[in-house]
Design a binder for this molecule. Structure first.
Ligand SMILES: CC(C)(COP(=O)(O)OP(=O)(O)OC[C@H]1O[C@@H](n2cnc3c(N)ncnc32)[C@H](O)[C@@H]1OP(=O)(O)O)[C@@H](O)C(=O)NCCC(=O)NCCS
Length: 306
C-alpha cells in the first residue's frame, strides 16, 4: 500500500461520495435519496452500533480511494464461538480501478480485525472467486433452491413473528448443531442486524413490513419478502418434521399475501429446507481464516449477503 494512504471510518462528506458511487451498483431499484437514506438509517441504527461500519482507504487529501462495509459477527467454528468479520460492498470509483486499492483495503481490514481478535472472514462475491482467492478466501459451494408457493405445505402449528420477537427466534436458531463446520452464529444481535437491514430496504420501496418469520414448538424461520417478486427464507431450523412443515406453511402464507409466486432459500448443498429447483446465483460465498489457522468447511444456512 502507498505510504500516503491510510484507513479511516468515513466522515459525513466521505460517506456521501461513497454512496454516490455505490448507488450505481447496489441500489436495488431505489433512487439515490432513498438509497442513501436506507444506508444512513442502517448505519445509525441501534442494531449496527459496534457491529457495522464502513472502512475506507484514503489518500493524503482524504479522497476516498476504495471503501467497504465491515460487519463484526459472531461465528461458530470447531464447536466454539469465535469473532468473525463479514465484508461487503467493496467499491473503488471507476477512475481509480486497477491500481491495487481494493486489494490493499481488504488486506488492511483483515489485518486490523485479526488484531481485534477475529479468526475468520466471510463475504459474498459479485465478481467471481479469483480476486478474493488471491486475498486468502476460499469458495464455499452454495446454491439457491426455488419452490413454487403452492408446493409448500399448509400445516398448522406455527405462528408469525414480528421484529419484537426476533430474540426468541434467534435463540431457537442458535440451538442448531453445526458440528465442526464454520457457521455464522445466530446470536440475538446478529439476527437483529440481518433482519433490520433487509426490512429497512424493503420499507424504502414503500412496502409495510409484515411478519419477519415464524416460531413453531421446535423450530424457527426468518424471511424477507418482496411483493410480486419472491420470498426468501433467511434461515429455517426445525428439530422435527411437524415443526418444519408448520414453519414452511407460515412462509407460504406470507408469500401468498405478498403475491409472490416462489419461495427461495440459499444454502450449502444438501442443507436446503425444502426440495426445489436449484438455480444459479451470481454471488459466490467465500471464507478466509485470518487467525493462525482457518476454517476449512462452512455451513451457511441462510442468506447473510452483506
Ligand atoms: C472490484 C473492485 C472493487 C476492484 O477494485 P480495484 O481497486 O480496481 O481492485 P484492485 O486494483 O486491487 O484489483 C483489480 C483486480 O480486481 C479484479 N476485478 C475487478 N473487477 C472485476 C470483475 N468485474 N470481475 C472479476 N474480477 C474483477 C481483477 O482481477 C482486477 O485485476 P486486473 O485489473 O488486472 O484485471 C472494483 O472494480 C469495483 O468497485 N467494482 C464495482 C463494484 C463491485 O463489483 N465490487 C465487488 C463486490 S464483491
Amino acid at each position: 500500500m502507498d505510504d500516503n494512504t491510510h484507513i479511516v471510518t468515513p466522515d459525513e462528506g466521505q460517506l456521501a461520495r461513497i454512496l454516490e458511487g455505490t448507488v450505481h451498483e447496489w441500489a436495488g431499484g431505489l433512487d439515490f435519496p432513498r438509497y442513501a437514506q436506507v444506508q444512513r438509517a442502517v448505519l445509525g441504527s441501534p442494531e449496527s452500533a459496534g457491529r457495522f461500519r464502513f472502512r475506507a482507504l484514503v489518500d493524503e487529501r482524504r479522497q476516498v480511494l476504495c471503501s467497504l462495509k465491515a460487519y463484526r459477527l459472531a461465528a461458530l467454528w470447531g464447536g466454539r464461538a469465535i469473532p468473525a468479520l463479514g465484508i461487503g460492498a467493496v467499491y473503488t470509483p471507476p477512475a481509480l480501478r486497477g491500481r491495487g486499492f481494493a486489494s490493499a483495503l481488504v488486506r488492511a481490514v483483515l489485518d486490523e480485525e485479526r488484531q481485534g481478535g477475529a479468526r475468520a472472514a466471510l463475504l459474498f462475491s459479485d465478481i467471481g472467486a479469483a480476486f478474493y482467492r488471491r486475498l486468502g478466501f476460499a469458495r464455499v459451494p452454495t446454491s439457491v433452491v426455488d419452490v413454487p408457493v403452492g408446493a409448500l405445505p399448509e400445516a398448522p402449528g406455527a405462528r408469525d413473528i414480528g421484529f419484537a420477537e426476533l430474540d426468541q427466534a434467534a435463540q431457537v436458531l442458535a440451538a442448531r448443531p453445526v458440528g465442526d463446520a464454520f457457521a455464522v452464529a445466530r446470536t440475538v444481535p446478529t439476527v437483529r442486524l440481518l433482519v433490520a437491514r433487509l426490512s429497512r430496504t424493503i420499507e424504502a420501496h414503500g412496502v409495510p413490513t409484515g411478519p419477519v418469520g415464524a416460531l413453531a414448538p421446535r423450530g424457527a424461520a426468518l424471511w424477507v419478502g418482496f411483493p410480486g417478486r419472491g420470498l426468501t427464507l433467511l434461515d429455517l431450523y426445525a428439530e422435527d418434521d411437524a415443526s418444519r412443515a408448520a414453519l414452511l406453511a407460515r412462509a407460504r402464507a406470507a408469500a401468498e399475501r405478498l403475491q409472490c409466486a416462489k419461495v427461495s432459500a440459499w444454502t450449502v448443498a444438501g442443507a436446503a429446507p425444502f426440495e426445489g429447483t436449484r438455480t444459479r446465483k451470481t454471488a459466490v460465498a467465500m471464507i478466509a481464516g485470518i487467525g493462525a489457522d482457518g476454517p476449512r468447511r462452512a455451513l451457511l444456512t441462510g442468506l447473510d449477503h452483506f
